[in-house]
Design a protein around this ligand. Structure first.
Ligand SMILES: *Cc1c(COP(=O)(O)O)cnc(C)c1O
Length: 401
């Protein structure tokens, strides 16, 4: 049990109300600042972004847009059309421009693909990113492949292939690394899935966190984008929000067959990017930016690794294996995740995500993002303090009993 003063208890209830209003996602930092002005948010460990990448983008933005007065162009002029922005990415991604679809965030691509191409049946691993089942249209059957706690919520590829063969869905979804637990499936295993299930019309691989994953100590990027030409049923979904820390500008892209891109463009999406997102995409494809980004990507991966190792040392919690920039943490028995999250926010100003609303998770969980090394140190101290405080209390109570 975590103790709260009556004033704190009121804040806890308010937080639960705000979370309920935000549905399956978390209330934004703007909402919290506005509606929960009695707490000061010092560290946002709910949003899963690389803070060094955000700083890098701001450095370029200040120099090339703000200080030159080009901001006016971004606001006054129409951005380029979807296919023009796709062309600027083609060479950098080594993908034919006709296979690239630009989205107003990855969420728009998920919505477009699920609404337009998923007709009969979809298999979704749970726990998952909720939009994949929320956007499914009425009449489409959803089969949940439950990832098991005993397997650390990692995908068992053989039984997954069997399941897909048994149900023969028209769509399957793999988030790699998965959100909310960060479990990673190696490229060779995903290739095996692609080989075994050619009858599935859409194999969606969501790589929103792929920049944090690696398979050896060179930390090379593991994306499947280049396989789209080989497997016409592969749909790669890529959000820029997390690895580049730019969720506010809404930028994402999908790699898919030319016929799917054409079909979506016939239905709209002409100017679905904005001026700022276009500037970001053009920057992303530039060699000078890519070089600087690669430095902050690897720096962040290394710090993240260290953070996860240190979290594993914290007594009483279970830290699930993760190749993403966040970890799923199971709390000790007797501690409600909503209370723990409230305590971290009220006492330490740290905002983390409650994970008790995720279907497929059995227990009290939180999801914690890795931030800068200074912030990570503060998060570790605060979690330890929070746990020691509550665990000691528990011991005291036992002795009294
Ligand atoms: C955050 C997230 C998205 C959505 O990203 P946006 O580009 O911000 O729309 C999609 N898929 C997964 C798995 C995510 O975690």
């Amino acid at each position: 049990m975590i103790d709260f003063t009556p004033a704190e208890r009121r804040i806890v209830r308010k937080m639960e109300r705000l979370k309920a209003e935000a549905g399956s996602h978390s209330p934004s930092i703007f909402t919290l600042r506005q509606k929960l002005s009695e707490v000061e948010i010092r560290v946002d460990a709910c949003f899963l972004s690389n803070p060094y990448a955000t700083e890098l983008f701001i450095e370029y933005f200040n120099r090339e847009i703000l200080e030159t007065g080009r901001m006016r162009d971004l606001m006054e002029c129409y951005p380029s059309q979807n296919q023009v922005i796709a062309e600027t990415l083609a060479e950098f991604l080594r993908v034919d421009r006709r296979n690239i679809f630009i989205g107003n965030g990855a969420i728009e691509i998920i919505q477009a693909v699920i609404h337009n191409f998923t007709k009969r049946k979809v298999i979704i691993n749970i726990p998952t990113f909720s939009s994949y089942y929320e956007y499914v249209k009425d009449g489409v059957e959803v089969i949940y492949n439950v990832l098991h706690k005993e397997d650390n919520y990692e995908l068992d590829v053989d039984s997954y292939i069997d399941l897909v063969k048994e149900h023969r869905p028209d769509t399957i979804v793999l988030i790699n690394p998965n959100n909310p637990n960060g479990a990673y499936t190696r490229v060779s295993a995903i290739r095996r899935i692609l080989e075994e299930v050619p009858f599935v019309d859409q194999v969606i691989v969501d790589e929103s966190f792929i920049h944090f994953a690696y398979e050896d100590d060179t930390y090379g990027l593991m994306s499947l984008s280049h396989l789209a030409a080989e497997y016409p049923n592969l749909v790669v979904v890529k959000s820029m929000s997390k690895d580049f820390g730019v969720a506010g500008i809404r930028a994402g892209y999908g790699i898919m067959s030319e016929s799917r891109v054409q079909s979506l463009l016939r239905n709209g999406y002409l100017w679905n990017s904005n001026g700022l997102a276009e500037y970001f995409f053009r920057l992303y494809a530039r060699a000078d930016f890519a070089f600087r980004y690669e430095e902050v990507r690897v720096k962040y991966i290394l710090e993240n690794l260290q953070f996860i190792e240190q979290l594993k040392q914290v007594e009483g919690i279970k830290v699930y294996p993760s190749m993403a920039n966040f970890v799923l943490i199971e709390l000790p028995a007797g501690i409600r995740s909503a209370d723990f999250v409230a305590k971290l926010l009220i006492t330490y100003g740290i905002y983390v995500r409650v994970c008790d609303d995720k279907i497929g998770l059995d227990g009290q969980f939180i999801r914690l993002a890795s931030r800068s090394s200074t912030e990570n140190r503060y998060i570790l101290q605060s979690i330890n303090a929070c746990l020691n405080f509550t665990l000691t209390k528990e011991l005291v109570n036992e002795q009294v009993d």
